[in-house]
Write a protein that binds this ligand. Structure first.
Ligand SMILES: Cc1cc2nc3c(=O)[nH]c(=O)nc-3n(C[C@H](O)[C@H](O)[C@H](O)COP(=O)(O)OP(=O)(O)OC[C@H]3O[C@@H](n4cnc5c(N)ncnc54)[C@H](O)[C@@H]3O)c2cc1C
Ligand code: SF4
Length: 580
């Protein structure tokens, strides 16, 4: 027996950054919002003095429990997918705040090139630059159109940062000054400037000084405690939904948060969503929550899975190229790196925050001429001070045995004398990379798990090789005595460690090739909005959440317009710029 609840204006499925932004904006505008969150609620106080590396960073205390529900993975269409069961390989949020509770909070804007990647590539290099099976497309929005929403989200978070000399124009400076520079960051700056690049301090949702955001929420100054990414912040210094948008929504009295509420279906009547079905995860009771607007804010994987399970939209078929739900799945990569070992320099690597560091964008996007390289897009190279926690960080030069006396001695010796330059690189969409429902594996309710089909293509392998060599050059300029290069393996092994997964319900101008318009509104069901990285048609080089949040602020504006004007499509469709 399913209990039917009173109808509300808006229901969100999940309450992380995207659900929190929708809840805050719509409840401030006077609409009744219910947020259904499968996980529980915790307070900042729960994390006081919990610098427990084993519990948080290795056993993933604040992340999703994979035996309950997971995804399956395979490299290509010919393989049978297997479930991902190692928590380390799928670190996704599960309580109120979602991944925003334990993220590193690195907050880059994407480049104007990203939003018009197809048109700009063709214009500069010709259509033949794009590999035959790469399903590249423009996003149906430009940087200039998204800029006000970037600005808004940065102000909600109190983002700290300094201007990237290669970035597009901003309408206002960062709300708070950049984080402090460590000795290693200064060395990186000097070396990259010598090489003619343009370094700058990474923008961060870890706040450099106390700040009150436009909604009246206060964030504190970061203490550089070093136990940051994968931990919850005990200081209220790392922007999270829990200390910004969720309390803002709650203060209006128009928002009701229901925890332990796992949504299993979206119900609809013709082309209108009518309600969602959810289960109380503690009692097993089922409820139906009717709403004028349904917003999926349950992260890429569950957004797409719910669409597929609810039979909304046509599932993508990689054999025929027909259908749209599941298309353009991309996994973002921070692997492939160069590591430097210094004999006569020591660095205090434990003084850090999740997003502390310096980077340069000279090889990102289309900031350099791609005529002579065999890939599209690029990446950035970063020196990160994000916490050399004691268990997992034993950098030793290649050739050192990975156990025994010599390993112990060198781990201790190089702990203070080494660091990697991380590479974050863009991943392009391909016709055979997609999401669908697994034909073999089901969850405990009997619903199919989501299946991920993905592998490296030449674009990633060539780009990684190019960027690893640039990193090694940077380390040598920094004075490293030993530089080891760590290249991508030929095939991807399923390690989805940073919730950087995109696609499956992509945005665009054209309902033939996109699921949602640039307000995240479904083309075929105009009171259903799908917010999150599921909308990104490709993965840019840097972290996604600032762009995802900016798009969600735009969606909130669209929903308000929709409710005020009695419905309808917010955007007229047109033929999109994409590969024929
Ligand atoms: C270790 C780590 C570090 C990261 N660092 C960065 C970084 O530096 N910069 C950056 O940009 N990004 C970073 N990320 C990624 C960032 O956390 C995500 O992009 C962001 O949290 C996504 O927000 P979201 O609202 O789309 O999804 P989520 O944060 O996942 O929120 C979705 C919510 O929906 C709930 N939910 C899911 N399914 C259901 C259902 N069926 N019913 C009800 N509720 C449901 C979930 O429990 C969750 O609370 C990091 C992630 C990790 C794991
Ligand atoms: S390093 Fe700063 S932002 Fe991160 S957990 Fe510590 S105080 Fe919070």
């Amino acid at each position: 027996m399913v209990e039917k609840m009173d109808k509300v204006d808006v229901v969100t499925v999940g309450v992380g950054w995207t659900g929190g932004i929708i809840a805050a904006e719509l409840s401030k505008a006077g609409y009744k919002v219910v947020g259904l969150e499968r996980g529980g609620e915790r307070e900042t106080e729960d994390y006081y003095d919990k610098h427990d590396h084993l519990n948080y960073a290795e056993r993933h205390e604040v992340m999703h429990h994979l035996p309950d529900n997971t995804v399956t993975f395979r490299n290509n269409l010919d393989q049978t997918a297997a479930p991902v069961r190692e928590t380390h390989d799928l670190q996704i949020g599960t309580d109120v705040g979602g991944g925003g509770l334990h993220w590193a909070a690195q907050t880059h804007r994407y480049f104007p090139y990203d939003f018009e990647i197809y048109s700009r590539t063709v214009e500069r290099y010709g259509e033949e630059k794009i590999p035959e099976d790469m399903s590249l497309q423009d996003w149906g929005i430009t940087y200039d159109e998204l800029e006000p929403y970037y600005d808004k989200f940065e102000k909600t978070m109190g983002t700290s940062g300094e201007e990237d000399p290669l970035a597009a124009e901003r309408s206002s400076p960062y709300p708070t000054p950049p984080l402090k520079k460590t000795k290693a960051m200064k060395l990186f700056q000097e070396a990259t400037e010598n090489l003619g690049y343009h370094p700058y301090v990474i923008p961060a949702g870890t706040i450099s000084e106390q700040y009150e955001n436009p909604d009246g929420q206060t964030l504190n100054a970061c203490q550089y405690s070093g136990f940051c990414s994968r931990f919850a912040c005990e200081w209220g210094a790392r922007a999270s939904p829990n200390i910004t948008v969720i309390p803002t929504a709650q203060e209006t009295d128009n928002f009701e948060l229901r925890t332990r509420s796992n949504v299993t279906r979206v119900l609809y009547d013709g082309d209108r969503a009518t309600s969602v079905i959810y289960e109380d995860t503690q009692t097993g009771e089922e409820f139906e929550q009717p709403a004028d607007i349904v917003v999926l804010t349950s992260y890429t994987f569950n957004n797409v899975r719910l669409l597929l399970l609810s039979e909304i939209g046509e599932p993508y078929d990689p054999e025929t190229g027909e259908g749209i739900i599941g298309k353009n799945f991309t996994d973002h990569h921070t692997s492939g790196q160069a590591i430097g070992f210094f004999e006569d320099r020591k660095f205090n690597r434990y003084i850090s925050t999740g997003a502390l560091g310096m980077t340069y964008e000279d090889f990102n996007a289309d900031n350099f001429d791609h005529s002579d390289v065999d890939f599209i897009h690029g990446g950035h190279i970063e020196m990160r001070e994000n916490g050399e926690n004691p268990i997992q960080n034993n950098h030793v030069p290649n050739g050192t045995p990975l156990w025994g006396k010599e390993f112990k001695e060198k781990s201790l010796y190089y702990f203070y004398r080494s660091f990697a330059l991380n590479i974050q690189m863009a991943t392009m969409p391909f016709e055979d990379h997609y999401l669908d429902l697994d034909p073999n594996y089901k969850d405990e309710k009997g619903d199919p798990l989501l299946r991920l089909t993905w592998d490296y293509k030449d674009n990633e392998l060539n780009m990684s090789k190019f960027l690893v060599e640039k990193s090694a050059e940077t380390l040598r300029e920094m004075g490293a005595d030993i530089v080891d290069e760590d290249h991508l393996p030929e095939h991807f092994t399923p390690q989805f460690t940073f919730m950087h997964n995109a696609g499956g319900a992509i945005m665009g101008d054209d309902p033939e090739t996109s699921a949602v318009n640039n307000y995240m509104q479904m083309w075929n069901m105009d009171n259903l909005f799908v917010c999150g990285a599921s909308a990104l048609p490709h993965f840019s080089a840097t972290n996604p959440t600032l762009t995802v949040g900016a798009l969600t602020y735009r969606a909130a504006e669209g929903i308000e317009e929709y409710l005020n004007n009695g419905g309808g499509q917010l955007v007229s469709s047109k033929k999109s710029n994409q590969k024929a």
